[in-house]
Ligand binder design. Structure first.
Ligand SMILES: *Cc1c(COP(=O)(O)O)cnc(C)c1O
Length: 355
């Protein structure tokens, strides 16, 4: 071991889904949107004046915060923007989870939460989901240093109601409660209205899934103005210039085109609801989804087997070799054409197994 290595921080990093270079692969493994971003975003990039790149971007990201605030009916000082919601959540962990008590989140959830907790030395406890993968609000009536839950949860795709979140808020007035709404635009009801009643709520959103802009890296959160000010202090202590001016402008244009946004989300919801039916016909079961992915297991074939067989047929989905979910696949909703090829491949895998 080299001497300097003794001073290296040890982390077990988050493992993202594969991003294969081969364009012919049907990529249903990272919940990306199959449709293009708003047309105005493309026009912006086609005619972008590169002179803007000489200068630093606006460190306060004012234009995008104002656009999002107006969109959600809030004041600008209640919105925080970051480089994808991963950046937003990371700053939120640093800001609000600085106590000594354990932070709580479900045992089956976004796998990045325990990574940030470990990196920042935040004590945490993973609360087991119920047998049917639901989250029980009563499990969050215990001493804690904060709570984070995605709604809909990932990778289960299950949406909990507003009463569920309100129950948690009521029982935890001294903790920051973060609701990660990465998938809320696919038919779920946001808990945003609760912001008027609870100043310990933080609602987190991303442009990566519903706005087709994973590559641009834009995320944001909304809370009371004291909470947002606290996050801005932490951000300004790490990196003042997070979003590029290109991302800020593209983000504003995406938010402005609400008709396009709603239309694309509607298309995905329709394909998703058909997908659960088609997959049921192929012997798959899984919870009703409120996201842009489904979480399903087959009646006889193991999860890792289907995962590998799909890969051989150049279709990538997501699979975790973890207790309780090892037989499940998380399949992103693609275009109708991509889904058709998925069903054909699954049919082929199931038929060849029967021979
Ligand atoms: C995808 C995802 C994120 C992160 O998205 P960004 O691309 O960093 O905005 C955060 N939380 C959940 C639950 C997600 O699925």
């Amino acid at each position: 071991m080299k001497e300097w290595m003794k001073n290296v921080r040890n982390v077990t990093p988050y493992v993202a889904g594969e991003q294969p270079a081969d364009k012919n692969i049907i990529k249903l493994n990272t919940n990306e949107n199959p449709y293009p971003p708003a047309p105005a975003v493309r026009e912006l990039l086609n005619g972008f004046d590169t002179d803007i790149l000489r200068k630093y971007p606006d460190p306060d990201i004012k234009d995008l915060c104002a656009e999002l605030a107006a969109y959600h009916g809030l004041s600008s000082d209640r919105v925080f923007c970051g480089v994808g919601s991963d950046d937003v959540i990371s700053v939120a962990f640093l800001t609000f989870f600085a106590g000594k008590k354990k932070v709580l989140f479900p045992d089956v959830t976004y796998a990045f939460y325990p990574v940030w907790a470990q990196l920042y030395g935040i004590p945490y406890e993973e609360i087991p989901l119920k047998e049917d993968f639901r989250i029980d609000a009563a499990d969050y009536r215990r001493e804690n240093g904060g709570i984070i839950i995605p709604n809909p949860n990932a990778p289960t795709s299950i949406l909990e109601g507003i009463e569920f979140v309100e129950d948690i808020l009521k029982h935890n007035p001294s903790s920051m409660v973060m609701i990660d709404e990465a998938y809320i635009d696919f038919g779920g009801k946001s808990v945003l209205p609760l912001l008027e009643k609870y100043d310990n709520l933080l609602v987190i959103r991303t442009f990566s899934k519903s706005r087709s802009m994973a590559g641009m890296r834009i995320g944001y959160c909304m809370g009371c103005k004291e909470a947002i000010a606290a996050m801005n202090s932490i951000k300004a202590s790490i990196n003042s210039y997070t979003l590029s001016q290109i991302a800020i402008s593209a983000g504003v244009l995406s938010v402005k085109d609400d008709a396009y946004f709603k239309e694309q989300c509607g298309r995905i919801v329709k394909t998703r609801d058909e997908a659960l039916k088609t997959l049921a016909g192929l012997g798959f079961t899984g919870p009703e989804s409120a996201a842009n992915f489904v979480f399903v297991k087959h009646e006889s074939l193991p999860g890792d087997y289907i995962f590998e067989e799909l890969k051989k047929r150049r279709i990538f989905v997501r699979h975790w070799n973890k207790p309780r979910i090892a037989d499940y696949l998380r399949i992103t909703i693609g275009s109708d054409e991509e889904m058709k090829r998925l069903y054909e491949a699954l049919n082929d895998i199931i038929q060849s197994e029967r021979k």
